[in-house]
Design a protein around this ligand. Structure first.
Ligand code: HEC
Ligand code: HEC
Ligand code: HEC
Ligand code: HEC
Ligand code: HEC
Length: 227
């Protein structure tokens, strides 16, 4: 989580004299309380009420995490997400293709396959924890197994479209910026569903996105030669 450091110098100046002595003692305590209360509710508060909150669906017994994670009896073959609970899809996918691609969109990577275990429509939403469910995804959230009409995934990030001056979109002295994510092994990092989306709604943006589409900012993070 991000912690905003408070510059205490101006606080001191603006307080009446007798309070000054207490500030150094009280401030760390207040910050500590703030920190604890935030970290305690972090994941819960974000996913609650989002498109991935199925607690009122009738098939989760009012729980939020259970279609995707379980404390016991998890699928230990899944390593891209912890304690995975949803039945995996065994579908074969048709990847995006075009004459102008530099790299090739291959099979969806392991993390995308977790998304597709619901979003390809071959496995029911309520097929988790060893049960076979009956509620299948529908509407615009159903992508199917034909991914030729979707932004390429399982495709290598090779700095395809980066103009000099936009490197800080992803590279900062402290590490990645979190505007997008990449998945795979060093030297072979790829775009996956979760490159653009945050499954837990961490940014509280429409469509569970990691970066806003206002002014097409999300696209320009990676395609800034088009600016
Ligand atoms: C719709 C499926 C889904 C739901 C619901 C869900 N998760 Fe996740 N979770 C994932 C996926 C997929 C990943 C891997 C994400 C990634 O690496 O970007 C993940 C990763 C995690 C991680 C490890 C990485 C991190 O972000 O810290 C934790 C911890 C976690 N989930 C906890 C929870 C909890 C607690 C809940 C319920 C409040 C929950 N998740 C609900 C799909 C889900
Ligand atoms: C347990 C099944 C399940 C898994 C796993 C899952 N989703 Fe979903 N997701 C859904 C359903 C169902 C909806 C549609 C909800 C609705 O229609 O309101 C949805 C909606 C969405 C939406 C649309 C959000 C919106 O605000 O309309 C996005 C984006 C999305 N999912 C991305 C992902 C990504 C990315 C992953 C993997 C990291 C993932 N999902 C994993 C079931 C799942
Ligand atoms: C959209 C995000 C993004 C932007 C923008 C970006 N990079 Fe990267 N960069 C990455 C990722 C992800 C890796 C790790 C690639 C891997 O290991 O496969 C990386 C790796 C590198 C490396 C290590 C060598 C390599 O290729 O693996 C260098 C050097 C580098 N970037 C330079 C730059 C420069 C210079 C710019 C600006 C012109 C830039 N990057 C812009 C995401 C980005
Ligand atoms: C390059 C970024 C990017 C990637 C990769 C990506 N998406 Fe999206 N997705 C978006 C954007 C942006 C939207 C917002 C709606 C739009 O512009 O069509 C969206 C919308 C959605 C929606 C909502 C559809 C609707 O009309 O309600 C779902 C569901 C979804 N994405 C799932 C996925 C899944 C599953 C994957 C991987 C197979 C994926 N996305 C890969 C950027 C991406
Ligand atoms: C995380 C980085 C990333 C983000 C964000 C992203 N893209 Fe891409 N996009 C790529 C990569 C990598 C390719 C494959 C380029 C190649 O190999 O030629 C690609 C391919 C494409 C292509 C197909 C190019 C072709 O030659 O067929 C289009 C069009 C495109 N992106 C549009 C978008 C749009 C629109 C958005 C915003 C909604 C977006 N992208 C967001 C990384 C990204």
């Amino acid at each position: 989580m991000e912690v905003v450091l408070v510059d205490q110098s101006h606080v001191r100046r603006s307080l009446p004299r007798p309070a000054i002595r207490w500030v150094p003692m009280i401030l760390p305590v207040l910050l500590a309380i703030l920190l604890v209360s935030f970290s305690g509710s972090y994941t819960h508060a974000e996913i609650t009420g989002s498109a991935h909150d199925f607690s009122s669906s009738g098939w989760t017994a009012g729980e939020i995490c259970i279609p995707c994670h379980t404390p016991h009896g998890a699928d230990s073959t899944v390593v891209t997400a912890p304690l995975w609970n949803h039945e995996p899809s065994t579908a074969t996918y048709t990847p995006y293709t075009s004459d102008t691609l530099d790299e090739t969109a291959g099979d969806p990577g392991p993390i995308s396959k977790l998304c597709l275990s619901c979003h390809d429509g071959t496995i029911a939403l309520d097929s988790f924890g060893g049960k076979t469910g009956a509620n299948v995804i529908g509407g615009p959230a159903l992508l199917g197994t034909d991914l030729t009409d979707d932004h390429p995934i399982g495709i290598r990030w090779n700095h395809q479209a980066i103009a000099p001056g936009f490197c800080a979109n992803c590279h900062l002295p402290g590490g990645p910026t979190g505007k997008v994510e990449f998945y795979g092994a060093p030297g072979d990092m790829r775009i996956e569903c979760a490159s653009c989306h945050d499954v837990h709604n961490g940014r509280s943006l429409p469509n569970l996105l990691r970066t806003t589409t206002a002014g097409s900012e999300l696209c320009f993070v990676c395609h800034n030669d088009k600016i």
